[in-house]
Ligand binder design. Structure first.
Ligand code: C2E
Ligand code: MG
Ligand code: MG
Ligand code: MG
Length: 292
């Protein structure tokens, strides 16, 4: 049958199809090896109080130390990972590793530290997220208030009542629940009243455009206002300039995150930052957390 298609057609189409399939296959094997042989690592990005720049915590962000392709960011592998069966195990590993790291930092004297961990949608549907969280907290002796789970509105939307129930049980444990990338998905405002949220993360797209566009500024201001009225904390994502920070601060957004304060970095580097930087608290110095 290989001959029947004609040499020309095969030459044009078949090799491409074959290599695409092979590539996908290799990639899956690759992901499996990565998950089982420690090629995934967590980077940590500072989160700060905008008023004085002091550190409030860190968001854990996954990276893949690929043996031949180098350091990969989530865009390169999360879509593929989320399609497969490994996603649950990787999600559990992220949770465990982030809690272990945060507990080490807190034991070494860092007070009032909060670690933010991103959750995959699959973690709500397979396995037992509440049990995994309780285990991770217990294993490392991390106080539950020090852990915040970040989920996108689309995860919550694409799901049933069991997700709401899971979120309530997580809140009962004392863990924080943050809505990530807020304002970019399909959530309606009523979700803010229905879900037991403790934080809204204002998406970077608003922050990057708000100083040029009065409309983006208005929406950003309105999100902050809603959060404040509901007694929900707010973090602005993707702050890259002093002007953005000053504007958000003047609009009373309490916290922020972005390259202005620090890029995601390996744990060892974050530790150096921790040692150098004032933490939020009475003795905190008024200068900004990180200039570059
Ligand atoms: P996210 O949770 O919204 O994380 C913030 C993303 O914005 C990170 O990208 C971070 O590096 C980037 N970022 C932070 N500050 C700035 C800035 O000032 N400017 C710009 N241009 N970008 C900034 P990253 O690490 O590539 O992660 C992308 C997404 O992948 C995350 O978005 C999150 O949805 C997902 N993700 C990352 N790590 C994990 C994980 O461990 N588990 C799960 N479930 N998802 C993860
Ligand atoms: Mg996040
Ligand atoms: Mg985000
Ligand atoms: Mg995002």
């Amino acid at each position: 049958q290989a001959k029947a298609g004609g040499a020309g057609g095969r030459a044009v189409y078949a090799p491409d199809l074959r290599s695409a399939a092979t590539e996908r296959h290799v990639y899956c094997l690759d992901l499996h090896r990565a998950a089982t042989s420690g090629e995934f690592v967590l980077f940590y990005q500072p989160q700060v109080r905008l008023a004085d720049g002091t550190l409030t915590g860190a968001e854990a962000l996954i990276r893949w130390m690929h043996p031949t392709r180098g350091l990969l960011t989530p865009a390169a592998f999360l879509p593929q990972l989320e399609k497969g069966r490994l996603v649950g195990a990787v999600g559990t590993w992220v949770l465990d590793e982030a809690c272990a790291q945060a507990a080490r930092w807190m034991r070494s004297g860092v007070e009032d530290f909060r670690i933010a961990v991103n959750i995959f949608g699959a973690q709500f549907h397979y396995g037992d997220l509440v049990r995994d969280v309780a285990h991770a907290l217990g294993r490392y002796g991390l106080p539950s208030e020090a852990l915040e789970l970040e989920l996108t509105e689309n995860i919550v939307l694409s799901s049933d009542d069991s997700v709401l129930d899971t979120l309530h049980r997580l809140r009962e444990l004392g863990v924080g629940i943050a809505f990530d990338d807020f304002g970019t998905g399909y959530a309606s405002l009523s979700m803010l009243t229905q879900y037991p949220l403790t934080r809204i993360k204002i998406d970077r797209s608003f922050v990057s455009r708000m100083l040029q566009s009065p409309r983006e500024a208005a929406v950003t201001g309105a999100i902050i206002q809603i959060g404040r009225e509901l007694g929900i904390s707010l973090t602005a994502e993707g702050i890259e300039t002093d002007l953005q920070r000053d504007y958000l601060s003047s609009r009373l957004c309490p916290e922020g995150q972005g390259y202005l304060f620090g890029k995601p970095m390996p744990a060892a580097m974050f530790e150096t930052e921790l040692a150098r930087r004032p933490l939020s608290g009475p003795q905190a110095s008024p200068r900004t957390y990180c200039g570059q």
